[in-house]
Design a protein around this ligand. Sequence first.
Ligand SMILES: NC(=O)c1ccc[n+]([C@@H]2O[C@H](COP(=O)([O-])OP(=O)(O)OC[C@H]3O[C@@H](n4cnc5c(N)ncnc54)[C@H](OP(=O)(O)O)[C@@H]3O)[C@@H](O)[C@H]2O)c1
Ligand SMILES: O=C(O)[C@@H](O)[C@H](O)[C@H](O)[C@@H](O)CO
Length: 298
Amino acid sequence: MADNQYTKKTYTLASGDKIPAIGLGTWQSGKNEVSEAVKHALSVGYRYIDTALAYGNEHEVGEGIRASGVPREQIWVTTKLDNPWHKRVAEGIDTSLKNLGTDYVDLYLMHWPSSTRPDDLSKHYDDWNFIDTWREIQKLVGTGKVRNIGVSNFGITNLEKLLNDPSTKIKPAVNQIELHPNNPSPKLVAYCKEKGIHLTGYSCLGSTNSPLYKDETLLSIAQAKGKTPQQVLLQWGIRNGWDVIPKSVNKDRIAGNFDIDGWSLTDEEVQKLSSLPDRFKVCSDDWLPVKVFFGDDE
Ligand SMILES: NC(=O)c1ccc[n+]([C@@H]2O[C@H](COP(=O)([O-])OP(=O)(O)OC[C@H]3O[C@@H](n4cnc5c(N)ncnc54)[C@H](OP(=O)(O)O)[C@@H]3O)[C@@H](O)[C@H]2O)c1
Ligand SMILES: O=C(O)[C@@H](O)[C@H](O)[C@H](O)[C@@H](O)CO
C-alpha cells in the first residue's frame, strides 16, 4: 500500500491517541465475506475497523487484518462488550482478544447501557447496572489489553449518571452513537463536546436500505459536488467532528466510501444536511430489557 493512500485525518482522544476519521463497520457482515472486506479496506487505505463480540465475526475480522499484511500497530481496532457479559468484563475482553487474534484493542466499548441477564435476555439484572460495568471496564486500563475505553448508545441521562458517580475515575474516551442527517442528535453531540467525549457516528449512511438516498437535499448537494450521496453523508459526519464507520462488503463501495480527502462541504451544505425535516432511527432500545434513551436525551 502506498503511503499517500492513507488518510491522515484523525481525531485526538483524551489519552492523546489518534483515532482515524473513517473506519470500516462490520455489523451484519457475514463470516463468509467480512475477512475479504477487511483485507480490501486495508488495501485501499483504511486503518480502522469497528466490530463487536455481538456481531459474531471477530474471528473473521482478525483473519482479514492478518491477511492484509498491514502491521497490527498501524490499525485502529474497536470492539465492544456484549450486553449479557456485563458481569464478566475480564472474560469479555479476553474472549474478544482471542477471537480477533490480537493482544490488545485500541478502543473497548460498553455496547449498550443494558446489563442483560445471560440466562434470560428479556431481563435486566436487579443487582447490577452500567455503573458497575464501567467500574470493571476501568480496571482493564493498565493491563495492556485496551488502549482506550468508552461507551456506546449512551444518551445524556445515562452519561450524567455515569460521570457523576464517585466510582467513575476515567471518563469514557468515546461515545459511539447513531448519527446521520435524519438523526443528528444535536443536544447529545453538544453535551459530549462539552465533556470532552469524542463521538463515533454509526449507521452513518442510514444503514441497510437507507431512506436518505432518496433525500432531494442530499442528492442535489451530491450532484453539485460531483460526489456520491454516500461520500457526502460521510463527509458531513467528519465535518461535524466525529469519525464515521460505514459498513460494506462490496469492494467498489468500500473504496468509494473512503474518498474523504481533498474536498469538503461548505458550512452552508453542512447546515442544510443538519436541518432535514425527516427523522428516523435505526437502533432503538425496544429490543432491550431496559430503556436507555429518555425524552430530552439526544
Ligand atoms: N454501537 C452500536 O450499537 C452500533 C449500531 C449500529 C451500527 N454500528 C456500527 O456502525 C457500522 C455502520 O452502521 P450500519 O452497518 O448500521 O450502516 P451503514 O454503514 O450506515 O450502512 C450500511 C449499508 O449501506 C450499504 N452501503 C455501504 N456503502 C454503500 C454505498 N457506497 N452505496 C450504497 N450502499 C452502500 C451496505 O451494503 P453493502 O455491504 O452491500 O455495501 C449496508 O447495507 C456498523 O457496521 C457497526 O460497525 C454500531
Ligand atoms: O452495534 C450494533 O450494530 C448493534 O448494537 C445493533 O444495533 C443491535 O444489536 C440491533 O440488532 C438492534 O437494534
